[in-house]
Design a protein around this ligand. Sequence first.
Ligand SMILES: [Zn+2]
Length: 61
Amino acid sequence: MAEPLVPCPFCRSTETEKRSDFGTSLMVRLHYCRDCHSHFEAIKWGDRAAKLDLPQFLEER
Ligand SMILES: [Zn+2]
């Protein structure tokens, strides 16, 4: 079963790889972006993992 692609929140690249099943909490996974060499955390929501909620600072309000 293939891992869902998790786009990088910084550069939107899908050239990411999973680094750890657990990040700073049980709800997140640690990913690494090969394009901008950043680590980021993705919230685990089953097969909705690729459809992350945007961080609050990206919301225009
Ligand atoms: Zn990136």
